[in-house]
Write a new protein. Structure first.
Lengths: 114, 117
């Protein structure tokens, strides 16, 4: 158990809908990272927040947004969902803000868009 | 949980043998590399890392080798055990460019390691 929790475990929704994925980092970790793992693209970095502020941005679509709250939990919002958004979404956390720090991954949320 | 089910290259080894998993990275500016292990139904787990000023680093039963000339990374697992069965990913990053368009953690496609008892 990495100490990172993600909810829900599974999510099934229809095209055009909006969903919110939630992540709680390990106790004491200030950075939260979001990743998408799909069949054709593998594991892709989406975005990082550090202590409430956006720190780095990867291949995140404009339809997707994230935020980190004062209690350090984070939410990833996915809107206008398309079939291609079906994937595993992982959250990871680390102590500081540097990319080279060890990241601890949560168990993921499986999103299925029908 | 569920696995991703990627169509991945597979390495099948006998329990007790050594395993070598290879990775070709893409960015010559990358200066930090990490190997992750992902078991079925779980998130990736850090195994070992190496900086570009090194060519070898050893951990417990694992060794990472870096060849910057040909942009190649390998993970060696000694005395492979059934618990080592998983998908292994290499990841690269340019620490100097982190936060910009070129500075994100980039993962390889992964290799599935299957250990036969």
């Amino acid at each position: 158990d990495s100490g990172v929790t993600q909810t829900p475990k599974h999510l099934i929704t229809a095209t055009g809908q909006r969903v919110t994925l939630r992540c709680s980092p390990r106790s004491g970790d200030l950075s939260v990272y979001w990743y998408q793992q799909s069949l054709d693209q593998g594991l892709q970095f989406l975005i990082q927040y550090y202590n409430g502020e956006e720190r780095a941005k990867g291949n995140i679509l404009e339809r997707f947004s994230a935020q980190q709250f004062p209690d350090l939990h984070s939410e990833l919002n996915l809107s206008s969902l398309e079939l291609g958004d079906s994937a595993l979404y992982f959250c990871a956390s680390s102590v500081g803000r540097l990319a080279g720090e060890e990241q601890y991954f949560g168990p993921g949320t499986r999103l299925t868009v029908t | 949980g569920e696995s991703v089910g990627l169509h991945l290259p597979t390495l099948s080894v006998q329990e007790g043998d050594n395993s070598i998993i290879n990775c070709a990275y893409s960015n010559s500016a990358s200066d930090y590399f990490i190997w992750y292990k992902q078991e079925s139904g779980k998130g990736p787990q850090f195994i070992i890392d190496i900086r570009s000023n090194m060519d070898k680093r050893q951990g417990q039963r694992v060794t990472v080798l870096l060849n910057k000339t040909v942009k190649h990374l390998s993970l060696q697992i000694a005395a492979t055990q059934p618990g080592d069965s998983a998908v292994y990913f290499c990841a690269e990053i340019s620490l100097r460019n982190y936060g910009g368009s070129q500075g994100n953690l980039i993962f390889g496609k992964g290799t599935k390691l299957s250990v036969k008892p």
